[in-house]
Design a protein around this ligand. Sequence first.
Ligand SMILES: [Ca+2]
Ligand SMILES: [Ca+2]
Ligand SMILES: [Ca+2]
Ligand SMILES: [Ca+2]
Length: 341
Amino acid sequence: MGGQNGNGVQDAGEPGIVGVTVSLEDAAGNPARDINGNIIAATTTGTNGQYQFTNLKPGVVYVVKFTAPSGYQPSSADKGSNDTKDSDASITTGKSQQVTLTGGENNPTIDAGYYRPATIGDYVWEDKNGNGVQEAGEPGIGGVTVTLTGTKGDGTPITPITVTTGTNGNYQFTNLAPGTYTVTFTKPANTVTTTPDQGGDDSKDSDASITTGASVPVTVQSNETNNTIDAGYLRSASLGDYVWEDTNANGVQDTGEPGIGGVTVRLEDAAGNQARDINNNLVANATTGTNGQYQFTNLRPGVVYVVNFIAPNGFTTTSKDSGVQMTKTVMRARVPANHSK
Ligand SMILES: [Ca+2]
Ligand SMILES: [Ca+2]
Ligand SMILES: [Ca+2]
Ligand SMILES: [Ca+2]
């Protein structure tokens, strides 16, 4: 009687449920009577889920009523084409169709299938280093919209369900029928989706498609909890911020040393090519403002950036920052320059 895939059909490996109350009623919904006119007592299913009423009267209407066991939900009735393998209990009343027997008949086709609710979750996090793996120091992201769509095991599409992640980044869809579902994450503002399926541990990786935000379809069985459906996002970083005239050439920004405007600053990758931002677009050169400041924003955490300062006319660049491992801290770039006077 236990349905694990929720399709309403008794499949191989789906166990019987012991201790379920089964009663027999007449056409009017009263307790039924046997061939001798005695009221038939309710029974309970045995260890393999089986029950039987014997000594019944031919030619009269009987209805089998199943009482759903605690923690279980009824499978849909009359699925598939084989009455010996389907469920006959109405999901609302627990009652079978009316059955009328002939003398000597044994009808073993009146069955009931139940499932236990399934759960899908459970985490949206900030993938600070952009490696696609949940690690210590990478916090959850709250307020992210997560939507569940899909189809129950009996083929019925569900009405989409939407939840929002809590402050710790957790979410969960509970009380689901066994079935096949897709989880779609809505990307938070100012982030990009990390690459899914990294690192070989599904409980620690991201499952959201970079293009659609959706997971692959996930199938859950009766009573199953799948908490491996997660999404990681990177927040962009920035880098700057100052070019100045090192009047005394000591390499330190001293009081009274002015910023230099109009300096071209090129951001490069480790190979010396023009760098790309968090969205993989080329980063345009910056030019310092009149106070010597510049900034590159919308950069990708976890990749190498090199800042290449192109000395303005009349100045000589005496060193160049290189091999900068991006973090979320803002780098103060120094450009010692000798002003020819
Ligand atoms: Ca089944
Ligand atoms: Ca049946
Ligand atoms: Ca990570
Ligand atoms: Ca996962």
